[in-house]
Design a protein around this ligand. Structure first.
Ligand code: ADE
Ligand code: ZN
Length: 334
């Protein structure tokens, strides 16, 4: 049995495995510029965030109907459950679909058909977080928030993703204010490729409660001290960082230094279909490459539930935390 955990940084479109991509392409009459799944997999060599995003947006062309989004989410939830995920806060990128003529109702409706029955079907509780693409305009983000208004009963929060450098958080101040007024929780990618100042901006100008990645905070000791003091969770994605060259090799990942600094670190998979592993694979990879102890692994799992948006169900959070505390590690821990 795997260590119970929450996954807090997971792009549902990044769970599109090559086999499912080809199945949906055939179902929808979409032609992919790859002969087969092997040839597609060979394209999974990335230089940086942008080279990954190019493929990530290209493959989304196969997602067209509610059924497609439901199938995508169910495939993820099934894999996540097998990896010990008890709770998942799932990102989606509506602008990437709206731009292709796929409506908000199709995306949210399809995802919800899987998420709404996930506790019964997979034993995984879920929340949905709508991300804005930071390389699109602030006006487009505001229009997207408007388009989401009929669906806010199913959307817990907002996030900010896509190409980071050159698109500082300040650009989205107004839309974050509007989202906060609607009662939405706020997170943002910051400090993945962008500088530590973007993390500070996300905190001060967007009011984020969690920072996605936040890796580059380590370049600014004062920022680290603040993140520790304010107990701001970071959703780290170690295999993603290696694949997108934010770190050279896993053995050089700053996770141990971040834990030692007292940061509230969590481990997540980001876009597991593209980066070579789901969330337990990330836990195991850092355990092996960085020599994390059993108690550090348990702490990461505890942190994932502490950092989750379960304020509306503290009983459930307490139950998950008790599961982590009671977990008995096997030979290969975690
Ligand atoms: N790692 C990542 N960073 C920014 N945007 C993303 N969209 C999907 N994965 C992402
Ligand atoms: Zn991400």
């Amino acid at each position: 049995m795997p260590l119970p955990k929450a996954e807090l940084h997971l792009h549902i479109e990044g769970t599109l495995e090559p086999e499912l991509a080809f199945r949906l392409a055939a179902r929808n009459g979409v032609e992919l510029p790859y002969a087969d799944t092997d040839e597609l997999r060979k394209a999974y060599r990335f230089e940086d965030l942008q080279s990954f995003l190019d493929l990530y947006y290209q493959l989304m062309a196969v997602l067209r109907t509610e059924q497609d989004f439901e199938d995508l989410a169910n495939a993820y939830l099934e894999r996540a459950a097998a990896q010990g995920v008890r709770h998942a806060e799932i990102f989606f990128d509506p602008q990437a679909h709206l731009a292709r003529g796929v409506g908000m109702g199709t995306v949210v409706g399809g995802l919800w058909r899987a998420l709404g029955s996930s506790v019964e079907n997979h034993g995984v509780s879920t929340r949905l977080i709508m991300c804005f693409l930071r390389d699109e305009s602030a006006e487009s983000a505001m229009r997207t928030l408007d388009a989401a208004k009929p669906y806010l009963d199913r959307i817990t929060g907002i996030g900010l993703d896509s190409a980071e450098v050159g698109h500082p958080p300040v650009k989205f101040r107004a839309v974050y204010e509007a989202a906060a007024a609607l009662g939405l929780r706020r997170v943002a990618h910051a400090g993945e490729e962008g500088p530590p100042e973007y993390i500070t901006e996300a905190l001060d100008l967007l009011g984020v409660e969690r920072v996605d990645h936040g890796l580059r905070c380590m370049e600014d000791p004062e920022l680290v001290a603040r993140l520790v003091r304010e107990r701001i969770p970071l959703t780290l994605c170690p295999l993603s960082n290696v694949r997108l060259r934010a770190v050279d090799v896993l053995a050089e990942h700053p996770l141990p230094a971040m834990i030692d600094a007292g940061l509230l670190c969590t481990v997540n998979s980001d876009d597991p279909a593209y980066f070579g592993g789901y969330v337990a694979d990330n836990y195991h990879a850092v355990r092996d490459a960085l020599g994390l102890s059993r108690e550090q692994m348990r702490e990461l799992a505890r942190n994932s539930f502490l950092a989750s948006f379960l304020e509306d169900d503290e009983e459930l959070r307490a139950r998950y935390l008790a599961e982590v505390d009671a977990f008995e590690f096997g030979q290969a821990h975690g």
